[in-house]
Design a protein around this ligand. Structure first.
Ligand code: ADP
Ligand code: 5GP
Length: 199
């Protein structure tokens, strides 16, 4: 059986990563979404264990000490981390894995696992990013400003990514993501292995 691939999705807060990923997952059962642990408080509508594992700072520190994270990072005053165990189990079961993580975490994963595919999601314009972040209504104006400042740094590093998707409409972004994931499974090594393993 083929081993799954890991795809990192990064992009500025408010660009629409969660929205696009919900649409991608709606008709793709065989994908595994890595549920991160975070010390941030849940937003209205977020479900513990589905959107994030919402945990206290002490619990987060204990997980770091147990080496339970594939990566972790601090982002605008809170900690976020990817539990390693479930990612490995999903990949071994042949499922592709999606990590919705920011750029420091992406760098850590790629240092450990260089075969990981990195996809950056960008807004169609700066004004539209600010509009989406504000319209979401989940952050105070100060937090929106902090997230926008961070977004500038993130946009500058996007050139290191393997792919760049512009989320103008959710449909376009989803179809580009699908195309990228499909192309990544058409690389010669994987295809040759498939053929060789049939003999
Ligand atoms: P992120 O997960 O990147 O922080 P969200 O998925 O929470 O972003 O989206 C931020 C806001 O932008 C939400 O209110 C969402 O409905 C809206 N949004 C997402 N994608 C689009 C799009 N293509 N066009 C217009 N609004 C969008
Ligand atoms: P939010 O608070 O808007 O849900 O997420 C803030 C940022 O944290 C986003 O850029 C998101 O991709 C990132 N993030 C979510 N989970 C993780 C994680 O496990 N690790 C890292 N490094 N970043 C994460």
């Amino acid at each position: 059986m083929r081993r799954g691939k890991t795809f990192i999705i990064s992009g500025p807060s408010g660009v629409g990563k969660s929205t696009v990923l919900h649409a991608l997952f709606a008709d793709w059962n065989d994908l595994y979404f890595s549920v991160s642990a975070t010390t941030r408080a849940p937003r209205v509508g977020e479900v513990d264990g589905k959107d994030y594992h919402f945990i206290a700072a002490e619990q987060f520190r204990a997980m770091i000490e147990k080496d339970a994270f594939l990566e972790y990072a601090e982002y605008v005053g809170n900690f976020y981390g990817t539990p390693k165990k479930y990612v490995d189990e999903a990949m071994e079961a042949g499922r592709d894995v999606i990590l919705d993580i920011e750029i420091q975490g992406a760098t850590q994963v790629c240092e450990k696992r260089p075969e990981t595919v990195r996809i950056f999601i960008a807004p169609p314009s700066w004004e539209e990013l600010e509009r989406r972040l504000t319209a979401r209504g989940t952050d105070t104006p100060e937090k929106v400003q902090k997230r926008l400042l961070r977004a500038k740094v993130e946009m500058e590093t996007a050139g290191n990514y393997d792919y760049f998707v512009i989320n103008d409409t959710v449909e376009n972004a989803v179809s580009e993501l699908r195309a990228i994931m499909c192309a990544e499974h058409c690389k010669p090594n994987e295809r040759m292995n498939q053929i060789m393993n049939q003999q």
